[in-house]
Design a protein. Sequence first.
Length: 119
Amino acid sequence: QGQLVESGGGLVQAGGSLRLSCAASRIVYRINAMSWYRQAPGKQRELVASITSSGNTNYADSVKGRFTISTDNTKNTVNLQMNSLNPGDTAVYYCHVGTRYFATTRDYWGQGTQVTVSS
């Protein structure tokens, strides 16, 4: 069964930076895309950024120009570089991997990592 292990969350002051990483292991199906979502208290989970297997990226409007999503050479690790953080970025951040094997899809989620931005 696939597993995602996240790291890099923490507490940072407004204007600061953090880098989140998510390492995927035992993923059998082909990875279509790797993404980061976040969920703030009392709000729905929202997509922050995604990157496809071909390298196409997509960002939420609220993070464009501040966050950068990338994968390593093996494409089994997805990173999220977060710059110019503000209190509105405070949330639990979740790694997501979407996979496909012919017509079968399977999604994997990380356990979540807390990001807190103080003003």
